[in-house]
Design a binder for this molecule. Structure first.
Ligand SMILES: C[S@@+](CC[C@H](N)C(=O)[O-])C[C@H]1O[C@@H](n2cnc3c(N)ncnc32)[C@H](O)[C@@H]1O
Length: 266
């Protein structure tokens, strides 16, 4: 995909819709990521692509940071984050990962949750993340495994394909495999690069709850569903139900993220 195509495919311009859709998944994956990197207390953090602040909140609540700054290019996401209690303990700012508005060596830990694949030039973003981290500091992140179709939207994406509908690949999907992430981080000059898989299972009270929260209007998959004729939509719902509905009427399924972390050379 070209850069304009990537930017047009996904606009995170609905903070409340994003939070209903992804908040629960972000918290689940972010928790496992933070346990995995086991950060020291008292660190100065930068959260890149903070969205509505789900991952930021985990940093604040579980990592005893000295300070937390969080940036995202979408005003709607930042506005939503600033209205949450987390804004008392983290500084939210509009900004782009490719041109971070910070001086060199400002942070001990620079992390990014579920973002890197959406950035049109991830190598440039990573070099910026490294620039603003101190020598010996940590740079890391995690992305949904879009390459193997394991993101939270997989039941909908596979359901659409089953119907014969064409579903555009998620922006940057090719960069979400473990090997691709390791290569990206090593080429950027980080040392001791390690990767890990993060599996999270989510439960929804019923199918309506799943459908209402997981098809937000800004999402390209939801846009595709909105274009379906009523009969195709019914077939899609039946196909998705068969994948995720449990006998007790609840919905449960898993998604997988890939995590990567390395150290800035000292
Ligand atoms: C899937 S959301 C993840 C949000 C949050 N980190 C979380 O864990 O819920 C991806 C976020 O990346 C942001 N993003 C997209 N392009 C970006 C860029 N060039 N620099 C920084 N963030 C970007 C989007 O605005 C969006 O809020």
């Amino acid at each position: 995909m070209t850069i304009p195509e990537i930017e047009a495919a996904y606009r995170f311009d609905d903070g409340a819709g994003y939070e209903r859709f992804m908040g629960r998944w972000s918290r689940a994956a972010g928790k496992v990521f933070l346990e995995w990197i086991a950060p020291p207390p008292g660190a100065r953090w930068l959260d890149v692509g903070c969205g509505t602040g789900s991952f930021t909140k985990l940093i604040v609540d579980t990592c005893s940071p000295a300070s937390v700054v969080a940036i995202d290019p979408e005003q709607a996401q930042i506005d939503h984050a600033r209205n949450d209690r987390v804004a008392d303990r983290a500084h939210f700012k509009v900004g782009d990962a490719r041109v971070l508005p910070f001086t060199d060596c400002t942070f001990d830990i620079v992390a990014s949750g579920l973002v890197l694949n959406f950035i049109p030039d991830p190598a440039r973003a990573l070099s910026e993340m490294i620039r603003v981290a101190r020598r010996g500091g940590a740079v890391g992140g995690y992305v949904w495994d879009f390459a193997a179709e394991r993101s939270p939207s997989w039941p909908l994406r596979l359901g659409l394909r089953q119907l014969g509908a064409s579903v555009a690949p998620t922006p940057g999907a090719e960069n979400t495999g473990l090997t691709a992430l390791k290569t990206l981080f090593e080429r950027a000059g980080l040392e001791g690069v390690v990767t890990s898989s993060i599996d999270v299972t989510m439960r929804f009270a019923n199918f309506d709850d799943f459908w209402a929260t997981q098809t937000p209007s800004f999402n390209p998959v939801a846009k595709k569903i909105a274009e379906l004729e009523m009969s195709e939509r019914t077939r899609l719902i039946d196909a998705v139900r068969a994948k995720v509905l449990l006998a007790d009427g609840t919905v449960e399924y898993s998604a997988r993220a890939h995590a990567v972390s390395g150290q800035v050379p000292g």
